[in-house]
Design a protein around this ligand. Structure first.
Ligand code: C5P
Length: 396
């Protein structure tokens, strides 16, 4: 993946800068030509000489000195590059990038380049979790810049928490993984559903569930990045739709059914990650129900099973994927659903686990296929899982 690529490695002023030496070394071993740009802060932690020896290329440390290497002038390097990695990326650097500043060689190059940029933030947990840093990251992500999530553990400042620079090998894996499935969904139309549904009781109350929408939104985002034309039909969720994705907001299962049927025919791939309510209130009150009686009985009636209906309508060439959230008998129930709903793949997750299922950022699932194979995936972030699912979908 990285062979013969021109990679700009931006190093900013954090203690984790020493790990960038290994990143540079690994990039070179992978066949890349590495061009290091150091901020002034970074030079307090590592010397440019180290990078020069490791990369075999001149290292840029200032915008103002004599240009020693003819072409290595800021715009030239920005244009020569295939990819940029900023590791470690300090809170300060992220803030400057988000503000569009260009007051040194690294910020200038970041602004001038059009190639994919990967940020590997590393800093104190409080700085990382600070709303300003998070807002800056969000802004850059929305603009298509990629963030390699920091690891948790012991930090140089003496505390434990999130903010560690991931190991160099993991950083390279992340970058290669992202680049390897770049654009493999071009020309594909993907319909994904996310979040739970709200089934009204009266004008102010509803029956809902704990689904956050994180899994479905992650699938939409990953598919969009890989070139798909994505329609996201979402129940109520606090999340914002990934850039470039067509978002259709619904509330009830009936509305979700209608929206899904509208886009079903043209979709090549349909992934139903929504937690659709199985029942709705038979008679929704016109006015707010008053608390007069000791007991209130609501009669529920069955909602349409959207996925079952899609399974019946499925044409050859369409790939239909469902989710099965269970608290017991996971494989048995999931297998039954795969067959009953005529799916190509079902993603079974045990929602009784703490690190999987509703409202958390990670998931641990088993994938079941029509031929009876079962594939168990380790715990991973929902975004990583989204990419794994898409890898399987492409194979199907
Ligand atoms: O049968 P169960 O609800 O457990 O199946 C889960 C799968 O079916 C999910 O993919 C979910 O999105 C879908 N589903 C649906 N319509 C329903 C209930 C579930 O499409 N009414």
């Amino acid at each position: 993946m990285l062979k013969d690529k021109n990679v700009i490695l931006g190093v900013t002023g954090g203690i984790a800068a020493y790990k960038s030496v290994e990143i540079a070394s690994r990039l070179r071993k992978a066949g890349a030509s590495v061009h290091v740009i150091m901020t002034a802060g970074a030079q307090n932690f590592v010397t440019s000489m180290t990078f020069r020896e490791i990369t075999g290329n001149p290292v840029i440390t200032t915008m103002w000195g004599e240009i020693t290497n003819h072409q290595v002038e800021h715009i030239a390097l920005a244009e020569l590059a295939d990819l940029m990695i900023i590791a470690p990326a300090t809170a300060n650097f992220i803030a400057k990038a988000a503000a569009g500043m260009a007051d040194d060689m690294l910020t200038t190059t970041v602004l001038a380049t059009k190639v994919p940029i990967f940020f590997a933030p590393a800093m104190n947990s409080n700085m990382y979790n600070n709303q300003l840093t998070q807002a800056n990251i969000k802004r850059l992500v929305e603009l298509g810049w990629r963030f390699i999530p920091p690891a948790s553990g012991h930090l140089a400042c003496g505390t434990d928490g999130i903010g560690r620079l991931p190991e160099p090998a993991e950083i390279l894996d992340f970058v290669e993984n992202e680049l390897s499935h770049e654009e493999d969904f071009i020309g594909k139309k993907l319909l994904v559903t996310a979040a739970g549904t709200y089934e009204p009781i009266d004008p102010v109350r509803y029956i809902g569930n704990r689904s956050s929408g994180k899994m479905g939104y992650a699938i939409a985002e990953a598919a969009k990045k890989r070139g798909a034309e994505v329609t996201l039909v979402s129940g109520p969720s606090a999340l914002t739709a990934p850039a470039g994705v067509k978002l259709v907001r619904v509330e009830t299962a009936a509305q979700m059914r209608q929206a899904v049927l509208e886009f079903f025919d043209e979709a090549d791939i349909i992934i139903k990650a929504a937690a659709v309510a199985d029942y709705r209130v038979r008679e929704v009150a016109d006015q707010k129900i008053k608390k007069n009686d000791d007991e209130l009985v609501l009669v529920l009636e069955k909602n349409p099973d959207i996925l079952f209906e899609l399974g019946q309508k499925k044409k050859s060439g369409q790939i239909l994927v469902g989710f099965a959230a269970e608290t017991q008998h996971l494989l048995e129930y999931a297998k039954a659903k795969l067959e009953k709903k005529n799916l190509d793949m079902i993603v079974a997750n045990d929602v009784s686990r703490k690190d999987a299922g509703f409202n958390v950022d990670t998931n641990a699932v088993k994938l079941l296929y029509r031929d009876g194979t079962v594939q168990e995936l380790p715990v991973m972030t929902k975004y990583k899982l989204a990419n794994e699912l898409l890898n399987m979908v492409i194979k199907l």
